[in-house]
Design a protein around this ligand. Structure first.
Ligand SMILES: [Zn+2]
Length: 229
């Protein structure tokens, strides 16, 4: 039996009796914002937390320069998280309990917050697990990234996202080994009536066969995994 699985029988998550799971020293718990301690703020869903901090910004204006800067950073990060449809999460939610799609979208907001420019973002189906009504918010986030001077390559099946692209590349004509050809490239809008095949599957296939060519050129010692993963 694997050691990790063996040990997990004897491990469990228990609440710390000293801080009651707040993870802070007693002194730190004395700091409060409008009567709320940090752990209490972490426990509020992000959309309500955004509302809370926006309320401070408007009701306590004019703010001094430092406070204004900090508040701006806090509200913009919270705003990004709500924009990608994660407003129901709270800050004390453990990362290990998030789904793959949620982690991907949290990472996306990290990129947004860092205000990167001239960067290539490759997103593999960012809409997975996202409620349909939140898709337009995600595309708005992607447009914002583009407008900051970045390039986004998005592998996507969702038609609403595809129509928002400046440039659409349709891989086909079929899935898997029957694809790998570019069947369409151009503006998304003129292609709206055309049935789009399996772009994700086919694109992956195209990347695999490309890395195979490099592998053949580089000799048997070349590690192909480093390219296709
Ligand atoms: Zn503790």
């Amino acid at each position: 039996m694997h050691v990790r699985i063996f040990l997990s029988r004897y491990r469990a998550y228990t609440e710390c009796p000293d801080c009651q799971g707040t993870r802070l020293q007693p002194d730190a718990l004395h700091f409060k914002i409008l009567g709320k301690t940090l752990p209490e703020l972490w426990h509020i869903p992000l959309d309500q937390l955004l509302f809370f901090f926006e309320g401070i910004a408007t009701s306590h204006a004019p703010l001094d320069k430092t406070t204004g800067l900090v508040l701006h950073e806090i509200t913009s990060r919270l705003n990004y998280l709500c924009e990608v449809g994660l407003g129901y999460l709270s800050l004390d939610r453990q990362a290990r309990t998030l789904s793959g799609g949620e982690i991907a979208r949290v990472n996306l907001t990290t990129c947004l917050g860092s205000a990167l420019t001239q960067t290539l973002f490759v997103l593999d189906e960012p809409t997975v697990g996202l409620h349909h009504r939140d898709i337009h918010r995600l595309t708005r986030v992607m447009h914002n990234l583009r407008d900051k001077g970045n390039t986004l390559v998005v592998v996507e099946h969702d038609e609403a996202v595809m129509h928002q692209a400046d440039q659409l590349i349709d891989m086909g004509p079929e899935a898997g080994e029957h694809g790998g050809e570019i069947t369409y490239q151009g503006p998304a809008k003129t292609n709206s009536k055309k049935k789009i095949a399996h772009p994700s599957v086919s694109l992956r296939r195209a990347i695999n066969s490309y890395s195979q060519q490099i592998e053949e050129a580089a000799g048997p010692s070349f590690n192909r995994r480093s390219l296709s993963k």
